[in-house]
Design a protein around this ligand. Sequence first.
Ligand SMILES: C[S@@+](CC[C@H](N)C(=O)[O-])C[C@H]1O[C@@H](n2cnc3c(N)ncnc32)[C@H](O)[C@@H]1O
Length: 262
Amino acid sequence: MKELVDNSWEWFIDKFEILSKIDLTAYKRPQMERRINSFMRSAGASDYKSFLELIKNDALLYRKFLEHITINVSEFFRNANHWSILQNEVLPLLLKDRRSLRIWSAGCSTGEEPYSLAMLCREQRIPLTEEILATDLDQDVLNRAMQGIYSAKAAQGIPPTYLARYFSSQGDQYQANEDIRRMVKFKRHDLLRDSFGRNYDLILCRNVVIYFTEETKNRLYQRFTESLNSGGVLFIGSTEQIFQARELGLKTIATFFYQKVN
Ligand SMILES: C[S@@+](CC[C@H](N)C(=O)[O-])C[C@H]1O[C@@H](n2cnc3c(N)ncnc32)[C@H](O)[C@@H]1O
């Protein structure tokens, strides 16, 4: 086995994986290294060893660090034009030969994406086979997602009619109503370690793989394809593209939407 030089990057990610079960080798190194080094400096540590000691002994700092490296910004109806394609083209296509849909939002962060789906399905009267599955690596964002409470600024992304129908205001915040919250099941899931479910009709994985290496992305897209039913659709982020779509058995039906061929 390779000896790891104390305090090197390799040494740090090895020790960090033991602590957190997060495999940083799957993420693009330059960005990750920059993010980690800047966080480490602002925490007052001068090297990886002392930084590791700090996060081991300070639960709050550890949580902040996880949040920093997993980058969990999200928005309701992020890239609204893609959601229009979902509503007007993709959902009708899926419902041509299905009575109900099984949906997974992978890397759901604080819940904006699965709640956007829930509202859209309610508005469009889309029958769901079961609750929308919404997963993320980070338990903290999932806890926030389950509460469904958002600032007025975050709520700006919600169309006013939806906001009035599906949210209640609480001071200067808004909370998703219980019937919308009940449409989503949140669960911790690591896309790099945990097994994937099967038989999904629609999978969203948006703005998650951007931090992964090409090799990791390819493996993930393969696993998502295996998780889809024949004819099912994978919806990806606005800066992403699946280069080996055809080899995986996917065809592009609109920009950012890939359908499983068989
Ligand atoms: C930028 S947010 C994307 C949120 C939402 N999909 C959107 O597009 O607005 C990326 C999320 O991916 C999650 N993530 C990063 N690595 C992950 C992994 N290995 N497994 C599951 N989720 C992961 C992060 O915790 C973060 O919440």
